[in-house]
Design a protein around this ligand. Structure first.
Ligand code: KG4
Ligand code: ZN
Length: 373
């Protein structure tokens, strides 16, 4: 079954066509350059960029699907004639209707995310679903991130079968959660951040130190240059809390005080040491709670996803942990799957379709900015 999926939850306009766990065509327009100068995502600008881009990202995915997808040899001649991305609007309308012939359902991120941004994807999904008479599958963005670890390329690689239950650590700019992934489409949230998300903490620390937005990748590079060591011994908030929740805002304040008292010269001379210590404090907190969750649940198969899971040093720490306990670990296998994308939404939607979790009434699908798993 082919699913056309859309995600506009934050600052990527993302569209994909998936078949089961296979990603057949994928398109992402990143708005990073638009938000960079503001040091974070500006909802109204995100909304406008989604509006301006969504049709062209859909068209890009349609072109990829028609050119490289499994249906390329079945196409009517008129559909093969013009597969340029930049064509006149009537070309893209024809392409879309040709592609929709093969699509079985439309999937869209319903939440969590920025209300203004979510709205654009949802409206588009409803429009496609109505025009082409396709069922609609609403998806939680976080279940998408979980399924990103099980995505395959169009040739079905890697093969990897599920081995439930999993303990999922979801770490992104908006979320930090530990989730028990019991079976397909069955989740239980075990803990979450009570204030900032891990990625948000890295971004705020980066902003303070003038590293630009998003700061996660810059901090990773700087920390690596000084061996990922802990120089300043920043606090590990909620270490002893006994539960599986996280907190990062106190850590950010600790860095702020430390940084404020340094001279201008020290600030630039110690940038790597500060970055490394901050990253270590964030990751150590993730490790402490993940370890605790493994002890509490007895589940040793891990899934780590979300933008921060792109970090190679975090991956290394996690791999060492599972080796020690004799468990397994899955990360997203392809780079684009770490950040926000619609492929993961299409894959989650496939498993929802297996359980008949379609939306009965289009008018009832509304954005849910604080949607929970
Ligand atoms: O999942 P994502 O793309 O968007 C959200 O749903 O939030 O995550 C973005 C977050 C940002 O905070 C960014 O700084 C962080 O992921 N990030 C990283 C790395 N790449 C992106 N954090 C640490 N190391 C990285 N290499
Ligand atoms: Zn995300």
């Amino acid at each position: 079954m082919y699913i056309l999926a859309i995600d506009t939850s934050c600052d990527e306009t993302a569209v994909a066509i998936t078949e089961g766990r296979k990603v057949i065509a994928n398109g992402i327009y990143s708005q990073i350059l638009i938000h960079k100068k503001w040091g974070g995502v500006v909802p109204s600008l995100a909304k406008r960029a989604h509006q301006e881009r969504i049709d062209s990202v859909i068209d890009e995915v349609c072109v990829k699907f028609l050119k490289t997808g499994p249906v390329r040899n079945l196409l009517p001649t008129n559909a093969r004639q013009d597969l340029r991305v930049v064509g006149n609007p009537s070309d893209s309308a024809t392409r879309l209707s040709n592609v929709m012939e093969y699509i079985d359902a439309v999937a869209v991120t319903q939440g969590p995310g920025l209300a203004m941004a979510l709205e654009i994807g949802i409206e588009k999904a409803k429009e496609l679903s109505k025009t082409y008479k396709k069922k609609l599958i609403p998806v939680n963005h976080m279940e998408g991130h979980i399924y990103s670890c099980f995505a395959q390329n169009s040739a079905g690689k890697p093969e990897l079968n599920f081995s439930f239950p999993y303990l999922a650590l979801l770490v992104s700019g908006g979320h930090t959660e530990l989730v028990l992934f019991k079976d397909n489409v069955e989740y239980k949230v075990l803990g979450a951040t009570i204030d900032d998300a891990a990625g948000e903490a890295l971004d705020k620390a980066g902003k303070l130190m003038g590293l630009g937005y998003p700061a996660g990748p810059a901090i990773e590079r700087l920390a690596e240059e000084v061996g990922n060591k802990d120089f300043y011994k920043l606090p590990r908030p909620m270490r002893q809390s006994g539960d599986l929740n996280f907190s990062f805002s106190g850590l950010k304040t600790a860095l702020l005080y430390l940084y404020r008292d340094l001279s201008v010269e020290e600030k630039s001379k110690k940038l790597k040491e500060l970055s490394s210590s901050f990253q270590e404090a964030v990751f150590d907190s993730l490790m402490i709670k993940t370890r605790k969750a493994i002890e509490k649940t007895g589940v040793k198969n891990l899934v780590v996803a979300g933008g921060v899971a792109a970090n190679q040093y975090l991956r290394k720490k996690m791999r060492i942990l599972v080796k020690e306990i004799g468990g397994t670990i899955e990360f997203p296998k392809y780079k684009y799957l770490n950040g926000d994308n619609a492929a993961m939404i299409g894959i989650a939607a496939y498993f929802k379709a297996q359980k008949n979790m379609y939306s009965e009434d289009l008018s009832k699908i509304e954005r849910v900015p604080r949607m929970e798993l």
